[in-house]
Write a protein that binds this ligand. Sequence first.
Ligand code: PLP
Length: 757
Amino acid sequence: MDIKENLTQLTNEQFGLAPDQCSDRQLYEALLKLTCRMAAERPAPAGERKLYYFSAEFLIGKLLDNNLLALGIRDQVRELLSGMGRDLNAVEEQEPEPSLGNGGLGRLAACFLDSIAALGLPGDGVGLNYHYGLFHQKFVGNKQTETPDPWLEQENWLISTGKSFTVPFGGFDLTAKLWDVAVPGAYNNYANRLHLFDVEEPAAPPESGINFDKTDVVHHLTSFLYPDDGDDQGRLLRVYQQYFMVSAGAQLILQELEERGYGPGELADHVAIQINDTHPSMVIPEMIRLLTARGLSMDDAISQISRACAYTNHTILAEALEKWPVYFIERVAPQLVPIIRELDRRAREVSSDPTVAILDNNGLVHMAHMDIHYGCSVNGVAALHTEILKKAELKAFYDLYPDKFNNKTNGVTLRRWMEACNPDLTALIDQCIGPDWRQNPDQLVGLLAFIDDEHVLNRLLAVKQSAKERFCRELRDVQGVELDPNSLFDVQIKRLHEYKRQQMNALYVIAKYLEIRAGRLPEKPITVIFGAKAAPAYVMAKHIIHLILCLQKLIENDPAVRPWLRVVMIENYNVTWAEQLIPAADISEQISLASKEASGTGNMKLMANGAVTLGTMDGANVEIAELVGPDNIYTFGAHSDRVIHLYDDKGGERYRPVDYYHTPKVEPLVDFLLSPELLGIGDPYSLAALWRDMKGKDWFMALLDVEEYIAVKDLAVRQYGDRKSWARKMLTNIAKAGYFSSDRTIKQYNEDIWHLG
Ligand SMILES: *Cc1c(COP(=O)(O)O)cnc(C)c1O
């Protein structure tokens, strides 16, 4: 049966209607069913070894468009619908976004699943089926508020597997039901699975806000992604979530191993486990427990798991490296405690250095330490990040196990982040270099042959312009904000965190505001676009959101400034917004304090869509700078070694923000937070708290780099005016983006770590 017959049959069965009589909603439900079925019918790729990618987050985004593309029927469906006078985009808008992740880390996991399937490798994801995922963000009174985001509708992507596993918690057992999302591979006829575990009786959404009874583990375990860990109840629930995920996941692995005809003693020959950050680290002691229960000796169980497991480190922010009190684990999974003590004892035999111990003197279990001692590989996610791990953060471990350390620079799936979200650009590229870059993204360098082709450069500018106009229409319809598509779009979209320094960008806005008020106009009207959610308990991040929203309002109501400078914060920034905004960006803001952003992936998506990076030498920005060369990127700021030195007590230099505050250029910007203009709009307590922090603490050193940042951004705005030269920068960025395809990253994981054969 072809697509048309299939769809007709489905809409007839479900609604008693022919497709052209259906509403967008009905068409969406029918197409969902159709693609879900086609994907589920595909066989899994074969291989001697199978990968299980464990992650607490999979920020998969909407799936319909992505799956139509991977199944190779997107154009067919689009034509079929347009033949009926219908628009696939309108149908796709019906889909709610599954927000099963916070940001970069979860989105990376989703890109990886897409690439593993596209490369035809056997590899499934293992995670949790959060019912409300990440909160929905709304701005009320210039502040962020949070409400639950129930993404799971009656019709959804979950496939019931009929499988369930018993997870033995201290004092009670809980059944983990397994739901699958099919992950079809582009360019082949295989599909992998994303395994999402859930409780049997999930609770209804909370009455108001996102607060709920965190002690009701049985019903709430999978309610929210990372419950607020500001209190012990939330932290404990997080450990329950983690053990639930890894225990059920480990049991699934052993069940599949047996079904494939292998014994538990052959685990490592046939299974690879990637631990995405430390949230799944308890899979190590849990698998040891399950293997010994199946008759393996402790030595053999440890040897199996140590050859199967590999660990990815995502951060060098010390506060993010998980350490759980052993009494938490005693409560959640007491059966793991003797195993963890034994792993600690053996690690102390390898090294007497207390800084590499698993269990420290304060009774804390260092999850990353367990991963490094008992995994076969430790990787960072960008070249600079891996170097910092080896030289500083994890130096003691690197000295112990130099061969375990390796770098895997992150990537993004260009299928979602170019082909699907930017069809105009994709068509232009196809006309220039043909279609083969999809499977060989390095071929994008072929675009450099057109660097002096006026026609191609003009078309590239036109593609960008129409993406900006499309985004403006969307923003007007959804948020009621009208922007000028002829202004420069300066875009900073990522989680709100002090190290990412949205506050420094806000200081730039203040600088421009003051200049324009004083009669000094920029070369070109500028629109500064932010998108960011703050963790609900992260007070300083909320102060920064408040500042940005106050600046938005201030300028909105200032007819002298408004034609030259605008600020807008997208409400509820998520994958769907990213897909609309990234094609429209002119400048990509990547301004983290050097050494703090492990890699970034937003930087790669923006580059691939022709935005020019304005960034520090941090994370993968360093690799972008090497690839595109100095004429095609704007870099600034203190380098990572200087920053690491400034943090170092023993260095004696120690960063003091007042030294940078008391300068003629910086002081008026910071003090503007307490100006009558802003105090008239905002919450004086919040603005004062941020002002005090910037002057007195500024832990992520915005004042250190802010002057150079403003100067370099001014330069970028000036050079943007030379349209031809700017189009060359755009083209060069796109041409060099092939390296950042996650297909490349996954090939490297497979060759160096997984060996899926
Ligand atoms: C890519 C992506 C991120 C990661 O952005 P960074 O700039 O790398 O921090 C976060 N959120 C969403 C929705 C994304 O698509």
